[in-house]
Design a protein around this ligand. Structure first.
Ligand code: PMP
Length: 417
């Protein structure tokens, strides 16, 4: 759905070839080849990322920005090179617009606390949508409770889209920030983020986009979206856990106070008057995950080499195949029919609780996720407690989909022999 063209995919390695770059994918589970369809939770890591982090620890490990010795200088150079790589990858104008965090959750908490803490007050409104992951709900609830601001929610329709007129209707002169996902982890819906940003800006609000489910699947261009904040996690784009970031548009960060205090984030400290470092360091208190940043840079190099547009087109073909095959399973209900979808497919099967389904599938070597996917309001919208979710990565094959569908049909036999 994103890019449709055989031309785009000419010479693109097929998923079966790409799998060879990912050591974890070669294993068997319960005697079956692993079909890893839980990529929305986390992606597997290519050898290039694992090697880059290993080499960093074998050769360059030191603390950053502190030492004048060679290893510290090397570690600092690698850390800052990773920042520049991230900036370029997501279309930021400057490397200093990227703050490293543990991931999306920490990035949104940073924005809510540092920006929200200084800019929100009683009577102000924060607009989110019904589609959000808990990470883009709870930090705003916390800052709303502290500041007296009000959380306003734009609804989704039956298909799992955010209707723009409903979103628009909830914007007004009191809206200080609109925070919404780029791609829903529960349904795979792709939001028209550039259009939503334009609407929010026209109302005078800033915009935060939760890009956790987008960065590994789509070409992301924060300049094109024109958002003010963009949050993402490295582990959902083939890097390791514990590294991610927050893009903060130049000019906005300069007026934001720190949200955590400690080393690295200061210019000078005295008991009378502590001066803070300039962004992005102002928001990076303490020793950062340098190895994670090095791995993230390697993941970006891996993705750049494939080309995000081509990767998206390849994944889209597999996604269409998966939707078609899943529709053939009797008693299977797809949850949500987003106008544009990336990565994830949620479903239920009549008469089988999603958790039982997850266990049965695991015994067939198929890893999917079951539960509310940290998006309980979405479950509530559909009046269900949980779904089963299959989610794809760049290495997902039609063979894995076939394995999933065969396992679903077997599971149905267990429950209705
Ligand atoms: N937002 C979305 C849409 C997500 O899918 C996730 C992870 N499931 C998060 C935020 C939180 O990401 P992390 O746990 O890496 O901080």
């Amino acid at each position: 759905m994103v890019v449709e063209s055989a031309e785009v995919l000419r010479d693109f390695p097929d998923a079966a070839t790409l799998r060879r770059d990912f050591p974890a994918l070669t294993q068997s589970v319960h005697g079956h080849p692993l079909a890893y369809l839980d990529n929305a939770a986390t992606t597997q890591k290519p050898e290039a990322v694992i090697r880059a982090e290993g080499e960093y620890y074998r050769r360059d490990n030191a603390n950053v920005h502190r030492g004048v010795h060679t290893l510290s200088e090397r570690a600092t150079a690698e850390f800052e090179a990773a920042r520049a790589a991230v900036a370029r990858f997501i279309g930021a104008a400057e490397a200093d617009e990227i703050v490293f965090t543990r991931g999306t959750t920490e990035a949104i908490n940073l924005a809510a606390n540092a920006w929200g803490g200084a800019n929100l007050g009683a009577g102000d409104e924060i607009l989110i949508t019904e589609l959000e992951h808990h990470s883009n709900i709870v930090p705003w609830q916390l800052i709303a409770a502290r500041s007296g601001a009000k959380l306003v929610v734009a609804p989704i329709d039956e298909d799992g889209n955010v209707p723009l007129e409903d979103f628009s209707e909830r914007l007004n002169s009191r809206t200080r920030i609109a925070a919404f996902g780029h791609v829903s982890n529960a349904l795979g819906s792709v939001n028209p983020v550039a259009e939503m940003t334009r609407l929010a800006h026209a109302a005078g609000a800033l915009v935060l986009v939760d890009g956790a489910q987008a960065v590994g699947h789509l070409p992301v261009d924060v300049g094109g979206i024109d958002c003010d904040f963009y949050a993402f996690s490295g582990h959902k784009m083939y890097a390791t856990m514990g590294i991610g970031g927050l893009y903060i548009r130049a000019g906005i960060a300069a007026d934001m106070p720190p949200w955590q205090g400690g080393g690295e984030m200061i210019r000078s400290v005295s008991f009378e008057n502590t001066l803070y470092a300039e962004p992005p360091h102002r928001f990076e208190a303490g020793t950062p995950n340098v190895a994670g940043a090095v791995g993230l840079k390697a993941a970006i190099a891996y993705l750049d080499n494939l080309g995000m547009a081509r990767l998206a087109a390849g994944e889209d073909e597999t996604l269409e195949y998966a939707l078609e095959q899943l529709r053939s399973v009797q008693g299977l209900n797809l949850v949500g029919r987003p106008a544009e979808r990336v990565g994830a497919i949620s479903f239920t099967i009549d008469g089988i609780h999603p958790h039982d389904l997850g266990t049965l599938l695991d015994h067939a070597g198929v890893a999917i996720r079951t539960g509310h996917h940290c998006a309980q309001p979405v479950m509530e919208h559909y009046h269900i407690p949980a779904t089963a979710r299959a989610s794809l990565g760049l290495y997902s094959t039609t063979g894995e989909i076939d394995q999933l569908v065969a396992a679903l049909n077997e599971a149905r036999k267990v429950f209705s022999p």
